[in-house]
Design a protein around this ligand. Structure first.
Ligand code: PGA
Length: 240
């Protein structure tokens, strides 16, 4: 089963509207690869139509008195196609639980968005030998019943590798991706088409090695997606 490679840039809380337009103009859609840009909310509307656009978060509610939140319906209405849910920065700084991540992913799917559902262990958990257990718990708790292999993307992002310059070894990545695939392949309808991507200090100089792994279907890129040259080099490293 051929899975379309998937590379997303998570811009986090960076940049101006003008910079966002310039960056997306330099990236452009790429043949045979799903390239997705995830700008901050205020920059979404000016970017829709240039590349596929994803939000960095989505509300677990449809509408109402939820100050500061943005619903999946609003994002779909703006032309968004994807939404990151459960990024470790949301889990860590906003106390997001698996149950909340699951509810957010369900709302995204319900609105026709593809949630990019993030999981990953902390350094302490890895050092304590708990990685497999943590991943199993997060996968069990964060993937909604409405998920299929086609309507979600799963991102494995070891927390200790995000923004630190530390990259998981290819053995570590292969092991966790294999575990996630084994957990979901039969649980999900169309499990064979599920894309599992890696995130955590992906850079032009390590992209080919990581993206060359059998169970790695793409990358979720933070820092290196903020410059067109480095993001394009990572995209170039994808084997189509
Ligand atoms: P990084 O971020 O590439 O800067 O490590 C990845 C992410 O947070 O998705």
């Amino acid at each position: 089963m051929k899975r379309t490679p998937f590379v997303a840039g998570n811009w986090k809380m960076n940049g101006t509207r003008e910079g966002a337009v310039k960056l997306s103009a330099a990236i452009k859609p790429q043949n045979g690869i799903d390239v997705v840009l995830c700008p901050p909310f205020p920059h979404i509307s000016v970017l829709v139509g240039t590349c596929a656009i994803g939000a960095q978060d989505v509300s677990a509610h449809d509408e109402g008195a939820y100050t500061g939140e943005v619903s999946a319906g609003m994002l779909a209405d703006m032309g968004c196609k994807y939404a990151i849910v459960g990024h470790s920065e949301r889990r860590q700084y906003h106390n997001e639980t698996d149950a909340l991540v699951c509810a957010k992913a369900a709302k995204a799917i319900g609105a026709g968005l593809i949630p990019i559902i993030c999981v990953g262990e902390t350094r302490a958990e890895r050092e304590a030998g708990q990685t497999a257990k943590v991943i199993e718990t997060q996968i069990a708790g964060s993937i909604p019943p409405s998920a299929t292999g086609a309507n979600i993307v799963v991102a494995y992002e070891p927390v200790w590798a995000i923004g630190t310059g530390l990259v998981a070894t290819t053995d570590q990545i292969a092991e966790v991706h294999g575990q996630i695939r084994a957990l979901l392949e039969n649980r999900l309808a169309d499990g064979a088409v599920l894309r599992i991507i890696y995130g955590g200090s992906v850079k032009p100089d390590n992209a080919a090695e990581i993206l060359g792994l059998a169970d790695v279907d793409g990358a979720l890129v933070g820092g290196a997606s903020l410059k067109a040259e480095s993001f394009l080099e990572i995209i170039k490293a994808v084997k189509v």
